[in-house]
Design a protein around this ligand. Structure first.
Ligand code: PLP
Length: 425
């Protein structure tokens, strides 16, 4: 019988043999020893499997990647130094200068900049689309050089829910994979591969780590996308790689082709490796992910319901509320809960919101979301402070929007903190 996801959080990844360390060891080493020069040569030609340099692979990192791979139900995975690196590699592994891809416009701001500015400078063009448009409208954005479609299960911070069935049909009918950033949902609440997505990325910095300790990322491949069937679109996977004596990834590595290429080529040349120490911390976080996500979701729903009833609150955005635009999609794709992040506005606008935030005692003001401690941020006066109210509206962020990340404290204390702050404004 296949084990349940809670058990996988604890037992997948590192599997010690007789007399070996029960806990995941930290292989704090840049290099790995071999007996003959020929053995080492085979590793460099990808003819043998093994570790040789931590920039490419490290046993601690691989054990943690294997755990996340098992949680998502994929066939291969790799860790990266950050979520940004994961999303960059996920696209750059498929797109070169002259190529195009499609991304939902309400994705995380850091990813938006990466796609809209930095990757454009590399000659890779991205069209941003409104993910709620009907399928026939979205069809129009595909071009002959389109190589991928990208979205987030739950967008940060606008909390839109991706309609997987629609996006899988769109991507596959154009012979390209659907890449999904599953950071906010985590595999506890949604497993995009079960809905047909092809590649999943994570900022492990958020719930997976869960304690605000280490920046990190991960890419997982479902192994389901047939690169050879769409060979002309993906020459990087289906034609010889000169930097490995003409090896063809899709032929040699089959379902492991995508991650092998990203490791052997992109990690080798760009080097956004996670440190084994951080991978160790991440593994600790993953062991309690199933417990924490449950509590984050219960607490966030209670806080959202409290805010919705409060007379000083102008609006609340949480997909778990029946009044929410995405309630039906959330029920379908995230039946056990969405995440612990919600947003709301206070009647009176920007200045009142700032005053309110300064009165909070338990919740702390930090540039972070999705960890065990309740925290919040006011984009208009922090991440987006250069923008006028008009520009904020264009970016889809209300001037009064408070992004509130509900932690795993006792929810009565979180609500009491909000209540006392409301009483002072
Ligand atoms: C934070 C975040 C990222 C970026 O991850 P870092 O680990 O900060 O580089 C990407 N996607 C989403 C959805 C995020 O929340």
């Amino acid at each position: 019988m296949e084990r349940k996801i809670e058990t996988k959080c604890i037992h997948e990844g590192w599997k010690p043999g007789r007399g070996e360390s029960r806990q995941l060891p930290i292989y704090q080493s840049t290099t790995f020893k071999y007996d003959t020069s020929e053995e080492m040569g085979k590793l460099f030609d990808l003819e043998a499997e093994g570790y040789f340099y931590t920039r490419l692979q490290n046993p601690t990192n691989d054990a943690v990647a294997a755990k996340i791979c098992a949680l998502e139900g994929g066939v291969a995975a790799m860790l990266t130094s950050s979520g940004q690196a994961a999303n960059f590699y996920a696209i750059f592994n498929l797109c070169s200068a002259g190529d195009h891809f499609i991304a939902a416009s309400s994705i995380y701001g850091g990813t938006f900049n990466l796609f809209n500015v930095t990757m454009k400078r590399m000659g890779i063009d991205c069209t941003f689309i409104d993910q709620d448009l009907p399928e026939e409208e979205l069809e129009k954005y595909f071009k002959p050089n389109t190589k991928a479609v990208f979205g987030e299960t739950i967008t940060n911070p606008t909390l839109s829910i991706l309609d997987f069935e629609k996006f899988v049909r769109l991507a596959h009918s154009h012979g390209v994979p659907l890449i999904v950033d599953n950071t906010f949902a985590t595999p506890i609440n949604c497993r995009p591969f079960e809905w047909g997505a092809d590649i999943v990325t994570h900022s492990t910095t958020k719930y997976m780590d869960g304690h605000g300790i280490g920046v990190g990322g991960c890419i997982v491949d479902s192994g389901n996308f047939d690169w050879m069937a769409n060979a002309e679109k993906f020459p990087g996977l289906t034609t010889p790689d000169d930097s490995y004596h003409g090896l063809i990834y899709a032929e040699r590595f089959g379902k492991g082709a995508y991650i092998t290429k990203a490791t052997a080529q992109l990690m080798r040349d760009l080097g956004s490796t996670q440190s084994p120490q951080n991978a160790f911390y991440l593994n600790n976080g993953l062991e309690s992910l199933h417990l924490r996500m449950k509590r984050h979701c219960e607490n966030a729903l209670a806080v959202a319901q409290f805010l919705e009833k409060h007379e000083k609150v102008a609006w609340v955005n949480y997909p778990g509320l029946e009044s929410n635009k995405y309630y039906a999609l959330a029920k379908k794709y995230l039946p056990d809960g969405s995440c612990g992040v919600l947003s709301f506005g206070i009647k009176g606008g920007r200045d009142i919101s700032i005053k309110f935030m300064d009165k909070l005692q338990l919740a702390s003001i930090v540039t972070h979301v999705a960890d065990s401690k309740t925290c919040l941020l006011h984009p208009a006066s922090h991440t987006h402070r250069q923008l006028t109210d008009e520009q904020l509206k264009e970016a889809g962020i209300a001037p009064d929007l408070i992004r509130f990340s509900v932690g795993v404290e006792n929810v009565d204390d979180i609500i009491a903190d909000l209540q006392q702050a409301f009483e002072q404004i």
